[in-house]
Design a protein around this ligand. Sequence first.
Ligand code: G6P
Ligand code: ZN
Length: 544
Amino acid sequence: MTILTHPTTPYLDQKPGTSGLRKKVRHFQQPNYAENFIQAVFDVVAAPAGSTLVVGGDGRFHNRTVIQQAIRMAAANGYGRVLVGQGGILSTPAASAVIRKYGANGGLILSASHNPGGPDEDFGIKYNGANGGPAPENVTEAVFARTKAIDRWLAVDAADLDLDAPGDSVVGAMTVSVIDPVADWADLMESLFDFALIRRAVADGLTMAFDAMHAVTGPYAHEVLERRLGFAAGTVRNGVPLEDFGGHHPDPNLVHARVLHDLMMDPEMAPAFGAASDGDGDRNLIIGKGIFVTPSDSLAMLAANAHLAPGYANGLAGVARSMPTSAAVDRVAQGLGIACFETPTGWKFFGNLLDAGKATLCGEESAGTGSDHVREKDGLWAVLLWLNVIAARGASVAEIARGHWARYGRNYYARHDYEAIESARADALMAELAAALPALPGRAFGPLSVAAADSFSYDDPVDGSTSTNQGLRVQFEGGSRVVFRLSGTGTEGATLRVYLERYEPPSGNLAAETPDMLADLVAAAEAIAGIARHTGRTAPDVIT
Ligand code: G6P
Ligand code: ZN
């Protein structure tokens, strides 16, 4: 075996964001760019010789090129075995499941999640550790520091592998196993949910539509929904992964999953249940017949009903949500008498709580929901839990939602995104707002008066670490609030996210339209932050 040492010079822009290193494909195609980052990961995690590494991605353009290189590099860096999904495919939750099941030391997940794919679009690399979850901040910071000093990367001298042929081969002194990317994850799902019960409901007429958005969940959804649960062929739409996702944004929101949304709002044509997932399969969109369920509500409703699924029949140890996610699940936790944790945005912050057994279910407003079965959010897992609840209760999504609100009250919620703002302008808005926060309490904006305002910082109850500057929040009397945050996942300029939430108690107005209920908050957000003044934008680009 020949190990080649390739001299290189650092790139100074390899700081991982909310979810790994994400850049345009053309950026990643620069000489040594991906190699520098992967070598920095290997240098930092220093896996014991002979360790197993999992490699796979969402199938987007550039996936196969980087996988081939990562395999040669793993062999030169002392790994004993690489498990790679057939065709280079592994959804993010499946990669997490595979890392855990086979005791791997970690994994490289190649994805830019819900961002578009193709030669002119986005790519990403993320490292997950032995627990199956995204590397914590101390690791991503060490990787970033290493990228700034890197002067060589190692690879064995070996030809490309046939990623489409299942089975084992040898690269250098390392074994590479091309594995079925679906089977392990699908078996895990069967261990958590009552497939027989759902199958009976399907036989009795339960119908659904699942939009895989030409992204990674196609093969997973075909296997569990159509093959194992018996939903009719055609239930899975856009089910073949494409390198450019068919030219679409594989983002399961009401803008990019418009076709599914319109189907679900059509009283004649809508099946009972609709769902979609994103590029790498970790996000979910839940829509009942005639009713969209916000991710924050979905988390709360799943927490309230999870005991109906065998995997959660013993109840939940606790729940966790990211700070900008609505407080709907807090009320369920209160009702159940269990803990509710509030973390910064980013799934990695749930890892410690899940590992320590403090939380069983977690969720984020950004369409992520998951549990302690893996250490990533899991789009199809959320779909299956909803199906299990629907089958167990014999109720529709609308009935479940209305019953939930009648008991716990309703958190009206929306997120307004201002995309591709010049970074300096976005930074100026946030800096000015941060400086203004101390003077806000007591001030009135229309009918709203400010109860508290601060910059969110998180003390991890497990490892004692502190993460500061995780979003600016303005709390109003009565439980409404606005949160301002800059996205950590974009690849162009800055994205300002404004999260709006208004609570109505069970005795309040539970059947209103969300924009009507949030209008005062939108006006207050503008008055407080001067969004138009700073950005020149008078309306958000996307409302979710
Ligand atoms: C990724 C992360 C999530 C996070 C989301 C939004 O999907 O895995 O945990 O909530 O990005 O992040 P952003 O920084 O763009 O708001
Ligand atoms: Zn994703």
